[in-house]
Design a binder for this molecule. Structure first.
Ligand code: NAD
Length: 479
């Protein structure tokens, strides 16, 4: 059992001032794996005051000291690899292989890449008769979702440390234990007391408290667009800066010269990895009309390459969804797709054969989808995808951009000029051509309703800084 009923405030694990607790459920077994405390506004305030008290000294730590902290955290994280991999399998239902190769690795990459970016980050620069100093924004509030427990927390924590911003983290209540291990690692790495605080709790108490707290200067939030909107409204009352990493309904355009089998496999991988609970997942597969029959066949053929089942089984690619609520939500979208008249190519409602216990969903592919259907416009966040046909490239791009979101875009094909043209014309923060490997220091974030701001590497650090213009001082900028 992972039970830990304390919060991490001012360098120590402290009892909650309330007595409400919550069970954390393993979605594969539907059983509790431990409890956390649901913190109170008083717990949050203690954490914010600790962060505020740490601000004058933490914000003046040197670049070298911050690099050392990040490198020590990375080392501590590596030492606890087995535990981190296991906890994300237990609390999220991520298959062990995915937990190790993606969840664990992404968390680690952020500490390492941010330390690297910090080495040559320019905090001071001369411009004509003035200089610009980039200074810590103040106290940061970090609110994270459940779908990538160490990735989301690590990118925010690493950037805040790099910028010298003391922070209060509220991890998702569905997956709090990976973040609590991270808190232990951060503590052991010698991050000064008060600079990192963790308070568990609900969005409506702790999340809301963070976005409205007058002593928090900046909120970095990852989660749904609806909650993002509430956070912005709340933050407006104290004119707080917000960075929002929200949802997506990303397009994958298949060009007419693409290898059909390869493209279909990429399309299916997007709804299989992390059970489709990925904000950047391509869930609108936009294919040439002429490819319709062959592409459908190829997708059906690709589905068994991503076996669904027990996350502890090393051969399994797709585990359960995170929670019953998420399972119900995905079921209702599958029903909606059927009602809207889309063709169910494979999958459907109910659980896959032999997987009655656990929140498993059948990988579901809809064809004959038009882009105005609900299943093509709303984020489903499960193993469900839609296939939409186009007549020419202009129409493909029009469909791709006909969404309120703009988090990611994908294109598969051969002709380099067309690939480049499509990459330039999808309105989204991250474009991946032919399943290219991504670098964890590239700016990550969304256009339109997918968010505001960027994370990862130097762009991530930038969010936690304020530029200050200084006129008349003759001392040249430091570096
Ligand atoms: P969510 O918005 O329900 O919750 C995210 C976090 O916000 C949780 O910690 C939750 O407790 C907290 N929260 C809830 N209500 C709040 C409130 N009123 N005020 C402040 N905080 C509150 O999202 P989720 O279900 O945990 O995650 C799934 C969503 O996250 C999807 O929409 C997905 O696309 C998005 N997401 C985006 C990215 C990205 O980088 N763009 C990455 C991962 C997930």
């Amino acid at each position: 059992m992972y039970t830990n009923l304390k919060h991490f405030i001012n360098g120590e694990w402290v009892e909650s001032t309330g007595n409400e607790t919550e069970d954390v459920i393993n979605p594969a077994t539907e059983e509790s794996i431990g409890q956390i405390s649901l913190g109170t506004k008083e717990d949050l305030d203690k954490a914010v005051q600790a962060a505020k008290a740490a601000l004058p000294t933490f914000s003046r730590t040197s670049r070298e000291e911050r690099i050392e902290m990040l490198e020590k955290i990375a080392k501590g994280y590596e030492k606890r690899k087995d535990e981190l991999v296991q906890v994300m399998t237990d609390e999220l239902g991520a298959p062990l292989k995915f937990s190790e190769e993606v969840h664990y690795e992404m968390g680690l990459a952020h500490f390492k890449k941010t330390a690297e970016a910090l080495k040559d980050y320019k905090f001071e620069e001369d411009y004509g008769n003035y200089k610009i100093i980039k200074e810590t924004i103040g106290v940061s509030g970090l609110i994270t979702p459940w779908n990538f427990p160490t990735n989301q927390t690590s990118t925010k924590i690493a950037s805040a440390i790099a910028a010298g911003s003391p922070m209060v983290l509220k991890p998702a209540e569905l997956t709090p234990f990976a973040a609590m291990i991270l808190a232990e690692i951060i503590d052991e790495a010698g991050v000064p007391k008060g600079a990192f605080n963790l308070v568990n709790g609900t969005g409506s108490t702790i999340g809301d408290g963070i976005s409205s707290h007058p002593d928090i200067d900046f909120v970095s939030f990852t989660g749904s667009a609806g909650v993002g909107e509430k956070i912005m409204q709340n933050a407006a009352k104290t004119i707080k800066k917000v960075a929002l990493e929200l949802g997506g309904k990303s397009p994958l355009i298949v060009l007419d010269d693409a290898d059909i089998e390869e493209a279909a496999k990429i399309a299916v991988s997007h709804i299989s990895l992390n059970s489709g609970q990925v904000c950047t997942a391509a869930t609108r597969i936009i294919i040439p009309e002429s490819m319709k029959k062959d592409f459908g066949e190829a997708m059906k053929k690709a589905v068994p390459s991503f076996p669904v089942g027990d996350p502890l089984d090393k051969n399994v690619v797709t585990g359960p969804l995170v929670a019953k609520k998420q399972w119900d939500r995905v079921q209702s979208y599958i029903e909606k797709g059927i009602d809207e008249g889309a063709t169910l190519l494979t999958g459907g409602t109910g659980k896959p054969d032999g997987l009655e216990k656990g929140y498993y969903v059948k990988p579901t592919i809809f064809t004959d989808v038009s882009n105005d259907m609900v299943i093509a416009q709303e984020e489903i966040f499960g193993p469900v995808t839609t296939v939409i046909t186009y007549k020419d490239l202009d129409e493909a791009l029009e469909i791709a951009n006909d969404t309120v979101y703009g988090l990611a875009g994908y294109v598969v094909g051969e002709d380099q000029e067309t690939l480049d043209y499509v990459a330039k014309n999808i309105r989204a923060g991250q474009i991946v051509v032919n399943d290219a490997e991504q670098d964890r220091s590239a700016p990550f974030g969304g256009f339109k309703q997918s968010g505001i701001g960027r994370e990862w590497g130097a762009f991530g650090i930038e969010e936690y800084l304020e530029p200050k213009s200084v006129f008349g001082v003759k001392v040249p900028a430091k570096a």
